[in-house]
Design a protein around this ligand. Sequence first.
Ligand SMILES: Nc1ncnc2c1ncn2[C@@H]1O[C@H](COP(=O)(O)OP(=O)(O)OP(=O)(O)O)[C@@H](O)[C@H]1O
Ligand SMILES: [Mg+2]
Length: 361
Amino acid sequence: MGLRVAYLELDDFRNASSRRVGLSGQTTVLVGPNASGKTNTVEALQLLTAGRSFRHPTPSQLVREGAVRGRAQARLEGDGRVIDVRVDVAPGKKAFFRNGKRLPASDVAGSLMSVLFTPDDLALVKRGASGRRDELDDFGRQAAPGYSRLLTAYQRTVEQRNRLLKEDSPDLGLLDAWDASVAAGGAALLSSRMRLFSRLAPKVEESYASISGGERLTCSYGCSLGEGAESLGRDELARRLADALAEARPQDLRRRQTTVGPHRDDVVFSIDGRDARAFASQGQQRSVVLALKMAEVLLAEEVVGARPLLLLDDVMSELDARRRDAFVGMLLPGTQTVITTTNLGYFSEELVGSAEVVSYA
Ligand SMILES: Nc1ncnc2c1ncn2[C@@H]1O[C@H](COP(=O)(O)OP(=O)(O)OP(=O)(O)O)[C@@H](O)[C@H]1O
Ligand SMILES: [Mg+2]
């Protein structure tokens, strides 16, 4: 069964001075006009489950204008357990608590996973590689213990190496040391990321086949170390990465940045053998993203043993009826879902009838 959110309380959080949202149903639809606070609610749920917000706000942006501090709190229930998760926000400060005990943001994920789908995600296939990497990393942060730490450590090392490269005449001995750190940290991250990807990819491909009715999607990890990196162990990855850094050094010194490593990798989608970035139609791209989100829900279930919380912010209106039905048919039974919309007309009577509808004004 796993955990589910029983309710959410917002106090001076974003535009809510005080709001309580009961989430007793399997599906909850938040309906209301623009700027009524629907996405703010979704953001709070993401923050309390993943420890991060897709909008990457500063703490003071989360505090209601005119207030000095704010708070969001959710009660999670299931499997005979009750967990209260809370985030206190004040200018320059954000503190998470589980059952009253302080915990670092990186440890918030792990009680209940969440998968968020927003209209912005629909451009994932065509946008730059960083969006696709982030999608994978955001999932990894929640699904794999230690992932967050590996990612942060690696990013920090690359930043430091870049800082050195930006100096007028970088100390080459120091650069050697940073190369060794980037290679070790990069190999650890890469190994975790590729392992996760190898579990996600078949699920994306299967989901796509069921949405598209037969077209074949393949997704592969575009590793800057070249093909075949998936099968390498961590030590071999570190050696390859060290070689790649050495080879790229003249270029890195010229461009004053680190041009190889997992921060440059990509996820490549192809449909019936053709690169989706260049060839996929608008609708096919949307199906790819939909398949990716479905796969995340399914993999989350495999990893944690329970379906994640599915947050669909304003996205149903962006999907045509066929894709919406595929999504609803495959995911909504058995998944606690929060859907936001300005118009209930996008949903079938059956869905609205069985959902908890919360009106925002
Ligand atoms: N810290 C804050 N203090 C006060 N208001 C805020 C704060 N942060 C955001 N808001 C406001 O909250 C309002 C609601 O935002 P939200 O994104 O939740 O709207 P929404 O209901 O999702 O609308 P839409 O249907 O257009 O997506 C916005 O007008 C925004 O300016
Ligand atoms: Mg919104």
